[in-house]
Design a binder for this molecule. Structure first.
Ligand code: NCD
Length: 305
């Protein structure tokens, strides 16, 4: 069974030898269903939280490969039995009983994707579980670094924003630690620092990291700025954190950055990336979002094809 639950499950060899080539294959194929490799396969996309990119790109990916989306909701908390208090284990058993080939699941609590996988008879893809992980976003992110820079090794990356609640930075930190020559800067409000589990993992894997107070201190030396928003729906209050100024990417920061550095963001962005930098070729976040489609096509093809 090929569940995708957290990024620790992947290794470098798989990323480089199987995953990246499959994404490139998906990117290069014409839009028509020339592969049609998932004909007859069915996806359920069951989201307890809002989503634009993740749900849409998964469903589009399924359709582009000739498969079907048989049920989709991003309001599972209101419009499914979850609203009546059904636990994830029961929901998953019922969904599996209908015989889909894959379930894409976004939940609002850490660990729920694993709980679902423990009871599922079909692959579960974690599309974000609370403040824990978002593995397919991190796979999109690592592929974007690879495609923009030509390699992942020797990347100095600044991870900024809500590092304690943001699941994408957590998943990316695990994934990038599989490469060499990596250095990570963490820039966040005091109350939103990267949690100890990730820091311990980086130490064990001998990945140097440093917490710095202001993005502008290190902007000239980084290859990637990975910005994130404050996760207000997870209880993070911007008021409490004060202004985002010290990790805002604006013209001032772009002027400091290297010519070949890039700015990434899982989106949605709020004020932490000023729209004035969108037209700069180094602003990679919309290309990153597009990559998310090809990454999800590649994953579905590898799991179900
Ligand atoms: C992210 C998420 O859901 O964690 N969004 C996404 O899937 N691209 C980031 C966020 O919501 O801040």
């Amino acid at each position: 069974m090929n569940h995708i639950i957290e990024t620790q499950q992947f290794n470098r060899e798989w990323l480089e030898n199987e995953f990246f080539p499959e994404v490139i294959k998906m990117k290069q194929r014409p839009k028509e269903n020339s592969l049609n490799s998932l004909a007859g396969k069915e996806m359920i996309s069951f989201f307890y939280e809002p989503s634009t990119r993740t749900r849409l790109s998964f469903e589009l990916a399924m359709k582009r490969l000739g498969g079907q989306v048989v049920f989709s909701t991003e309001n599972a908390k209101e419009f499914s039995s979850v609203a009546k208090g059904e636990i994830i284990e029961d929901t998953v058993r019922v969904l599996c009983g209908y015989g889909p080939d894959v379930i894409v699941l976004r939940t609002d609590q850490a660990g729920m994707a694993q709980r679902a996988a423990d009871f599922s008879t079909v692959p579960i893809i974690n599309a974000g579980d609370g403040d824990h992980q978002h593995p397919t976003q991190a796979l999109t992110d690592i592929y974007t670094i690879y495609s923009e820079r030509g390699r992942v090794d020797d990347t100095v990356i600044a991870m900024c924003g809500d590092l304690s609640r943001g699941r994408t930075v957590r998943s990316l930190a695990y994934l990038i630690s599989k490469f060499s020559g990596i250095k990570i800067y963490f820039i966040s409000p005091e109350a939103a620092r990267m949690r100890d589990d990730i820091k311990e993992h980086l130490k064990e894997n001998k990945i140097p990291f440093e917490e710095v107070a202001d993005l502008r201190e290190i902007a000239s030396g980084v290859d990637v700025i990975y910005d994130t928003r404050i996760q207000e729906e997870r209880g993070a209050l911007l008021m409490k954190y004060g202004k985002t100024a010290f990790w805002t990417v604006n013209q001032e920061v772009m002027k400091m950055m290297k010519e070949d550095a890039i700015v990434m963001h899982p989106l949605p962005r709020l004020e932490e990336i000023s729209p004035e930098v969108d037209d700069d070729a180094r602003a990679a976040y919309f290309r990153q979002a597009t990559n998310g489609l090809y990454v999800r096509m590649a994953l579905l093809n590898m799991i179900l094809g």
